[in-house]
Write a protein that binds this ligand. Structure first.
Ligand code: ADE
Length: 256
């Protein structure tokens, strides 16, 4: 996958891309990240990227021209090689659709992605209307720019690409992948400061362990993010378990 990031702060991307899984993925050429400075696509002496808002108001607005030109330049370089027809052009903005594991999956299917990091008080509306194909927010809070949001998206997408994680199985067990939060995990020692690892995990009985984990994942999701259970893919037995857990939680609250 080839990822292109348009930003006014290219230096922000240096350290996140130079460590861990991500660095390995880049070294192995499973993913490439190309950072483009929006300022490089200006033509005036001062390399102006922003201007006052028509109609007044505090704050500066990112101008449309350098953003359009940067995207068009990248697009033309892509179509030279392979189909740039299905090319998502994504603006990171608090006004976008809320990012999720599902969206990370959708994006991981593309061969190329363009991410545009907004800044200042906003981006000229013509970028929203006539350039981007998608707008993504990483949460209901305001960051000072789209850079950190772009890194979040790139990280969540890149780890889904074939070969990026050591084991494909580790993809399946994570929180949100199954629609549930992850079950509790333990490693050695079996007893630490008097706190023991649950017996079942030491039993070597794989069926029992799998059952326990599924129950724990459901219990944890019910306690922390109950709204996720409505969308999770639960079997009949598991739905019954949710019912039982809800009842026992209710009776516990009643006693307290
Ligand atoms: N830019 C500023 N805040 C943002 C957010 N929450 N998500 C994506 N881009 C942003």
């Amino acid at each position: 996958m080839h990822i292109y990031i348009l930003t006014l702060f290219p230096q922000m991307f240096q350290s996140p891309l130079s460590a861990g899984i991500f660095k390995r993925a880049i070294d192995q050429k499973l993913v490439s990240v190309n950072i483009h400075n929006i300022r490089d696509y200006t033509h005036d002496k001062h390399h102006t990227v922003d201007d006052y808002a028509y109609g007044g108001g505090a704050g500066m607005i990112l101008k449309p021209e350098p953003i359009f030109e940067a995207v068009e330049s990248i697009k033309s370089s892509i179509s030279l090689n392979q189909g740039g027809s299905m090319l998502p052009i994504i603006l990171l903005t608090p006004q976008g659709r809320l990012f999720s594991q599902q969206i990370a999956y959708e994006l991981s299917k593309y061969s190329h992605l363009i991410l545009i990091c907004g800044r200042y008080e906003g981006v000229d509306e013509r970028v929203h209307r006539h350039l981007v194909t998608d707008e993504i927010s990483i949460g209901d809070y305001v960051l000072s720019g789209g850079e950190l949001a772009a890194m979040v998206v790139v990280d969540a997408v890149a780890r889904l690409l074939p070969g990026v994680l050591g084991s494909e199985a580790s993809l399946l067990d994570n929180s949100h992948v199954s629609g549930l939060l992850e079950y509790p995990q333990y490693t050695r020692p079996a007893v630490y400061r008097g706190w023991s690892v649950p017996e079942v995990l030491l039993s070597g009985n794989h069926a029992q362990i799998a059952n326990w984990r599924r129950e724990q994942a459901i219990q944890r999701t019910l306690e922390r993010r109950p709204e996720l259970l409505d969308k999770a893919n639960l079997g009949l037995e598991e739905k019954r378990l949710v019912g039982r857990l809800k009842k026992s939680n209710l009776s516990r609250e009643f006693v307290e």
